[in-house]
Design a binder for this molecule. Structure first.
Ligand code: SF4
Length: 485
C-alpha cells in the first residue's frame, strides 16, 4: 500500500499550503498567489488526484437535461408525497421534480436547498433505495421508482454551473452567538439555520478542512472532497465562521461557554475499535476511516496484494470496494455473523459482490501472523447455538493469507470533553456513550447545550445528521427568543 504515515496526508498538506498562501505575510505564498488576493475558498483547497479520479468513476453518472426532463415527467406529483415524508429533511420532492419538468432548474435547486442546505452531498451519499425512492408510489404499480437522487443531483449541478447560491440570506444580526463543536454535516446544517435567524455561528474543528465524514470518509465514487467543499462554500457565504485545526478540550469548552449564548455539539464518533489481538500494534493494520481518508486525499493511489476487511457495515463495504478499485489482487470481508445480520444496506452488499469482493461469514479473528508486516489472519469458524449465541467450532482454526488488514468494527463514542471526574459530574447526560437530546429541538440535559448527528444517534446517514442540525438550529433560535417555537 502506498501511504504516507503522517495521517490524513494530502488533505492536511494542502490545507497547510493553502493557509500559507492565503496569509499575506507568508513568504512561501509570495509569487504563487498575490498577497492581496482573497483567501482560497474551501473548494479551491480540495485535493485532486487524476489517478484517484480515474480509479473511482461515478457510480451513477449525472443525468443530462434531456434525460432529467424525461425522468421528471414520469413523476405523478403525489399529494402528501411519501417520498417527502421518507426524507429526514422533508425536501418537497414533487415540487422540485415538477420544476425540472418545467425547465425551471434553478427553482428546483432552491426548493431542495430551502429544506436541505446539504442537498448536493445528500443527492450522492443518501441511501435513496431505503429513503425517498424506496417510498415512491410507483413501486405499487411494479414500475421503476423515480430516480429522485439523480434528479436532485442534476438540479444541484445545474445550480453550480450558473454560480447560484442559497435561496435565503442571513437575517439581520440579533447579537446572539453560538459555538459549534465539529464541522460535520450536523454542525454545518445547524450553522446555516442559525445564520438564517441572524445568530452568529462559529464552528471549531480539529481537522484542516470542514465537512467531517463528507469530506474525509464517504466513498470517492459517491462523494468527492471537491463536491463536499463546494457545498460548504455556500454555507460559508452565509457568514458562518470557521476555526479549523483547533481542538476543543474541556478547558476551551469552558471558555466558549462564557463567550457564547449556546453551544452545539456535533463531534461525531471517535476512534474505530481495535481487534484486541496480541501484536496488533506491530502490523500494518489500519482502520477503514483512515484508509478512506488516505485514498480520498490521493495519499494512497494503489494497493498491491491481498486485503482483509473486518466488519460488515456500510463503511466496511466502502473500504472493500475501494481496495478493489485501488488494485488489490484479492479482497475478503470477514464477519462474525451471517449475511442476514450485516448492518450494511443490502444494495451496498450487492455492490461489493459485484465489484468482486469475497465474503467469509461466521469467522472470528483469533490471531495474526507475520514478520514485521502481517502475512495471515488466523480465524476460527463460529456456529450459532439454539439460544442464538455464537460459539467457536472446535478445531476449526484456519488462516487467511493477507498483506493488509482494514478494520471496520464500529467506533467508540467521542465525548471526552463532556466527561466528568471524581469531583465534577459529566457536563451532559449520556446514555451508552451518546448524548441524550430532546429529538424535536436537539436540546440536551443542560438547556444551553444542543447536540446532533452521530454523537447522539450512534452513527446514521448524512441526511439524518443534516436533519438533526436543522432541528437544533431552530431549537436554539427558539430558545434564544429569535424564533417562535
Ligand atoms: Fe413522484 Fe414517486 Fe414522489 Fe409520487 S412518490 S411524488 S411519483 S417521486
Amino acid at each position: 500500500m502506498t501511504s504516507n504515515p503522517s495521517g490524513i496526508g494530502k488533505l492536511d498538506n494542502l490545507q497547510q499550503e493553502a493557509d500559507c498562501i492565503a496569509f499575506p505575510a507568508c513568504r512561501r505564498g509570495r509569487g504563487v498567489h498575490d498577497a492581496l488576493s482573497k483567501p482560497l475558498t474551501f473548494f479551491e483547497q480540495s485535493p485532486r488526484s487524476d489517478e484517484i479520479a480515474a480509479r473511482f468513476p461515478d457510480l451513477h453518472p449525472a443525468f443530462d437535461k434531456t434525460a432529467a426532463v424525461a425522468e421528471a415527467n414520469r413523476c405523478l406529483y403525489c399529494f402528501d408525497a411519501p417520498c417527502t415524508t421518507a426524507c429526514p429533511t422533508h425536501i418537497d420532492v414533487p415540487r422540485f421534480i415538477k420544476r425540472i419538468a418545467a425547465d425551471n432548474v434553478e427553482g428546483a435547486a432552491k426548493t431542495i436547498l430551502d429544506a436541505n442546505v446539504m442537498g448536493e452531498s445528500c443527492s450522492r451519499a443518501c441511501p435513496v433505495d431505503v429513503l425517498c425512492e424506496g417510498a415512491c408510489v410507483l413501486h405499487r404499480y411494479n414500475r421503476q421508482p423515480i430516480a429522485i437522487g439523480r434528479l436532485q443531483r442534476f438540479a444541484m449541478e445545474s445550480l453550480n454551473e450558473t454560480g447560484g447560491g442559497l435561496p435565503y440570506a442571513p437575517a439581520p444580526e440579533t447579537g446572539k452567538s453560538v459555538a459549534l463543536i465539529g464541522a460535520g454535516p450536523a454542525s454545518l446544517a445547524c450553522a446555516a439555520e442559525l445564520r438564517r435567524h441572524g445568530i452568529r455561528a462559529v464552528i471549531y474543528d480539529n481537522r484542516p478542512l470542514p465537512g467531517g465524514l463528507n469530506t474525509y470518509a464517504i466513498a470517492e465514487y459517491k462523494l468527492t472532497p471537491a463536491v463536499s467543499l463546494r457545498e460548504i462554500d455556500r454555507i460559508h457565504a452565509l457568514g458562518v465562521e470557521f476555526h479549523l485545526n483547533t481542538t476543543v478540550d474541556a478547558a476551551m469548552l469552558d471558555r466558549l461557554d462564557n463567550e457564547h449564548d449556546a453551544i452545539f455539539i456535533g463531534v461525531g464518533l471517535g476512534a474505530v475499535h481495535r481487534l484486541g489481538l496480541d501484536g496488533e500494534e506491530k502490523y500494518n493494520i489500519t482502520d477503514a476511516l483512515t484508509f478512506i481518508a488516505h485514498y480520498k486525499s490521493g495519499d494512497i493511489t494503489a494497493i498491491s496484494g491481498r486485503v482483509g476487511v473486518i466488519g460488515a457495515g456500510n463503511t466496511a463495504m466502502d473500504a472493500a470496494s475501494a481496495s478493489v478499485h485501488l488494485g488489490a489482487s484479492e479482497v475478503t470481508m470477514v464477519y462474525r455473523r451471517g449475511p442476514e445480520q450485516m448492518s450494511a444496506f443490502h444494495f451496498e452488499y450487492e455492490h461489493a459482490k459485484h465489484e468482486g469482493v469475497h465474503f467469509l461469514f461466521r469467522a472470528n479473528p483469533v490471531g495474526l501472523k507475520g514478520n514485521g508486516r502481517v502475512e495471515a489472519l488466523q480465524l476460527e469458524h463460529l456456529e450459532m447455538t439454539s439460544d442464538g449465541s455464537l460459539v467457536p467450532v472446535p478445531n476449526s482454526t484456519f488462516e487467511l493469507p493477507v498483506d493488509h488488514i482494514v478494520l471496520a468494527i464500529g467506533q467508540s463514542s467521542h465525548t471526552e470533553l463532556l466527561d466528568g471526574d471524581e469531583t465534577h459530574p459529566p457536563r451532559l447526560k449520556l446514555e451508552r456513550g451518546r448524548i441524550v437530546v430532546d429529538r424535536a429541538t436537539g436540546q440536551t440535559s443542560d438547556p444551553r447545550y444542543f447536540a446532533g448527528g452521530d454523537c447522539t444517534n450512534g452513527g446514521r446517514e448524512v441526511v439524518d445528521a443534516v436533519a438533526d442540525g436543522k432541528r437544533a438550529g431552530r431549537g436554539i433560535a427558539a430558545w434564544l427568543g429569535v424564533l417562535n417555537a
